[in-house]
Design a protein around this ligand. Sequence first.
Ligand code: VGL
Ligand code: ZN
Length: 219
Amino acid sequence: MSERASSKQSLLVDKERCALLVIDVQNCFVPGGTLAVADGDAVVPLINQLGKVFSNVVLTQDWHPADHISFATQHQGKQPFETVELPYGTQVLWPAHGVQGTDDAALHPGLALPHAQLIIRKGYHRTIDSYSAFYEADQKTDTGLAGYLQARGIDTVFLVGLATDFCVAWSAEDARKVGLTTYVIEDACRGIDLNGSLGVAWERMSAAGVKRIQSTDLL
Ligand code: VGL
Ligand code: ZN
């Protein structure tokens, strides 16, 4: 048996054209944080390993003002996880999280990605949420990430992080919209799964042409 055939690894990363997008691995989204995703911290060691496969690493950081419109506290009589209608569509209301400059909003201290080249902050406009790393929730306001990747000749992205069914899924769908070949590494993500949102997110990603893979496909 050849080396290659005995290896579990089935995908090769072109270091120039590929980037690892590490979505919202922040204190707020792991146990102990303000919007903890179950088992969210379990992805950190795996993401550190995956980071070694890539030359291009981009991180995102959910970065809200204290009075952000996605916070239930801003809507009288509303509780976290209820929804409201906003000019751009239905908005899930969240506990206050990821407030700019707080320790809760900081990147997880266990991340070891010293070669990461860019941190995209998002969700900083008070009246628009931004799950996606590419476009805010109005589907129009551009974060600049697509232009950055294009300018650097990157045409393929691999997504990991939190949460699978919100910021990872919306980022992956938008990555397809801007023409990127898009992979989500499932076991390097964790979901919130609010009223079945995790299954719906995978269906939407699949319909958009997002490829669902496991870390063993790369490691
Ligand atoms: C996220 C809800 C609110 C995420 C961010 O990172 O998936 N989810 N803000
Ligand atoms: Zn948020």
